[in-house]
Design a binder for this molecule. Sequence first.
Ligand SMILES: CCC/C=C/C=C/C(=O)SCCNC(=O)CCNC(=O)[C@H](O)C(C)(C)COP(=O)(O)OP(=O)(O)OC[C@H]1O[C@@H](n2cnc3c(N)ncnc32)[C@H](O)[C@@H]1OP(=O)(O)O
Length: 305
Amino acid sequence: MLRIYSNHHALRSICRSMSSLPKYETLKLSQPKPHVTLVELNRPTKLNAMNKELFEELKTCFEQLSIDKTCRAVVLTGAGKAFTSGIDVKYLSTVAIGELSQIDDSARKALHLRRMIKRTQSCLRAVDQCEKPVIAAIHGHCLGAGVDLSACCDIRYSSRDTTFSIKEVDMGLAADVGTLQILPKSITNHSLFRELVFTARSFDTNEAQQIGLLSRVFDTREAVLDAAINLASVIAKKSPVAILGSKIQLNYARDHSSDDNFNFVSTWNSGMLLTEDIIKSIMASSVSSEKSNKNAPSEIEYEDV
Ligand SMILES: CCC/C=C/C=C/C(=O)SCCNC(=O)CCNC(=O)[C@H](O)C(C)(C)COP(=O)(O)OP(=O)(O)OC[C@H]1O[C@@H](n2cnc3c(N)ncnc32)[C@H](O)[C@@H]1OP(=O)(O)O
């Protein structure tokens, strides 16, 4: 039976946000709309610089949101003046100077670093691999590992004031946790992208849009956050089976050949087309086409996944 989204349902979701959302030291979670989780990087006095704890909490948080049945879309933002100023330089020097200096053998030093890089990659990839769409709401600064983090998001919105930099070359390293691994498959202007990578220079939202990093730019931080939350809410009202399947297909297609993609979707959809969501969606479309405003489909209460 087709049920219209009830106030009772919305109230239940909001109540949940006040009581049972997980608590973190460096992240803050809230639920601004039903089925939408807002994740804020929460080290505002350090411009949300990413230390070991923040990386680890991102992994825990996004792995949890991926299987949280009540969450259907996520907005990722930064508390305070910036999205993030990148890796915490004190953490980087703790690894580079502190931990490595305790190890004598070069091979063991290399293995230690390799494990640390792979672990950090897995923390940011938890965002990419989260089964729910993640929208980055960027403002202020988005530097170094901040660009890697935004690369792991599905959609990027920004306020006009943001300064970006793929800063790794100026730290003496090649970016290794997302920017150079994911973005080359989605950006649209490789010449400008390579210029930004090789020079590490700052760039603004105009150039970020030129390379295809951003889909929309807003005048203020409030506007970008509002727009991201509203977009997440639109997504959260769609069939969760269709949205989850679409994200998994998009990520798979990014990483595989066309033959593999067609093969994968036929197997995936042979199970997923059995969903009751299809009947509900068709019924809602026919109800809305009978109404005068054909662009306003009824809101359907889909079961959580
Ligand atoms: C395997 C993993 C490999 C990953 C590699 C990743 C590489 C990168 O991320 S490279 C980018 C690293 N980030 C930076 O180099 C940025 C450093 N910060 C700045 O240049 C300035 O803070 C900035 C221009 C962003 C803003 O300047 P503003 O004057 O507006 O603010 P500040 O007074 O400088 O900052 C306020 C406090 O925040 C602390 N802080 C800012 N960014 C970082 C950071 N990245 N790491 C550690 N701490 C940071 C800053 O020290 C101030 O703290 P306090 O002095 O205690 O008030």
